[in-house]
Design a protein around this ligand. Structure first.
Ligand code: SF4
Length: 216
């Protein structure tokens, strides 16, 4: 996928001090700070509660999200909805977004197949995510999958070692990470799919307990 060199400074420079979330969302709509906008339908910005208990961060929009312009509205979103419900976290308490706001894909026959964003693309998109966190001030941030976790917690973070643990980052709410709902869908057997679903639910239950400790 051809494109310009990812440019985090260009994104940061576009977000004025004192901007509201609605203003930041409008600015992100025509972001061209890396090459991913070229082959995507639209920017998929986060959405959800104005003052969320939980911010959920995925990797990037998928095929359906790209077409509809909303995060987690495809099959992975349905897995996530069921896991949130099982963990006792209401969708009205959640703001949901992605580390990267444009769909990166490659064609395979008639299908558009997800491609992992590069570290530079994730970095370029980071000021949009930082603005979402700063302006919604969630009590807890939950990274869904390794890409979001590494965006928040550094490239050395390993989901297999630290899933479900909480980490402190300067000037950010407590951050934890769990499996991405898309990974649940990609599990090769029913047994593995069931096990990963349970991991997702268990980790979200830990988040629900953390929220009760943090209080209103
Ligand atoms: S992926 Fe992020 S940085 Fe790249 S063009 Fe889209 S919004 Fe801008």
């Amino acid at each position: 996928m051809a494109g310009k060199k990812p440019d985090q400074a260009a994104v940061a420079a576009r977000i004025p001090a004192g901007a509201t979330l609605a203003q930041v969302r409008r600015l992100a709509a025509d972001c061209k700070a890396c090459g991913l906008w070229r082959n995507a339908t639209q920017t998929v910005f986060g959405e959800g509660a104005e003052r969320p208990a939980v911010m959920l961060i995925g990797e990037q929009p998928g095929n359906q999200e790209d077409l509809q312009g909303r995060p987690f509205v495809g099959p992975a979103g349905r897995v996530l909805d069921r896991a949130l419900e099982a963990a006792g976290i209401g969708r009205d308490a959640v703001y949901i977004t992605n580390a990267v706001k444009h769909f990166k894909w490659t064609r395979k026959g008639k299908l558009r197949i997800h491609q992992k964003p590069s570290a530079q693309e994730i970095e370029a998109c980071r000021p949009w995510l930082d603005a979402e966190i700063a302006l919604t001030r969630p009590k807890v941030v939950v990274c869904l999958g390794a890409t979001a976790a590494q965006a928040m917690l550094g490239s050395k973070f390993r989901l297999t070692h630290h899933r479900g643990e909480f980490f402190s980052i300067a000037q950010k709410p407590p951050v934890t990470a769990t499996v991405h709902p898309s990974a649940v869908l990609r599990a090769p057997t029913d047994e593995e799919r069931h096990a990963m679903t349970q991991q997702l639910i268990d980790d979200l239950k830990v988040v629900a307990r953390k929220l009760r400790k943090v209080g209103p």
